[in-house]
Design a protein. Structure first.
Length: 106
């Protein structure tokens, strides 16, 4: 059984027990429970994609860690003008562990 969830503008395929990196959840602390909105649920041979049914299904997860990703180097350069600008960026992530994926009520 797995589900496709949305978090921070991205979609992730998750199953129970998976640890997934999502964009930082600033309101949560380590150990807190969070709910992720569901786009699709696959349970064996049945696939649930009806938005009315999925509106009531929230994937349960627990915050494991807050950390930064790898550094991205950005270099802006213009030829023959002496313009160089070097900056970097490290995206902040939250690691969440999926604890439960509820099934659709039949």
């Amino acid at each position: 059984m797995y589900a496709i969830v949305r978090s921070g503008g991205r979609q992730h395929k998750v199953a129970v027990g998976d640890i997934v990196e999502v964009d930082k959840i600033s309101t949560g602390k380590v150990g807190d429970a969070v709910e992720l909105s569901t786009l699709l649920v696959v349970d064996g041979e049945s696939v649930t994609s009806d938005p009315w049914v999925l509106a009531g299904i929230k994937v349960q997860a627990e915050i494991v860690d807050h950390h930064k990703g790898a550094k991205i180097d950005i270099l802006r350069y213009k030829n023959k003008t002496g313009y160089r600008k070097r900056i970097g960026h490290r995206q902040q992530y939250t690691a969440v562990k999926i604890t439960a994926i509820p099934t659709a009520a039949k």
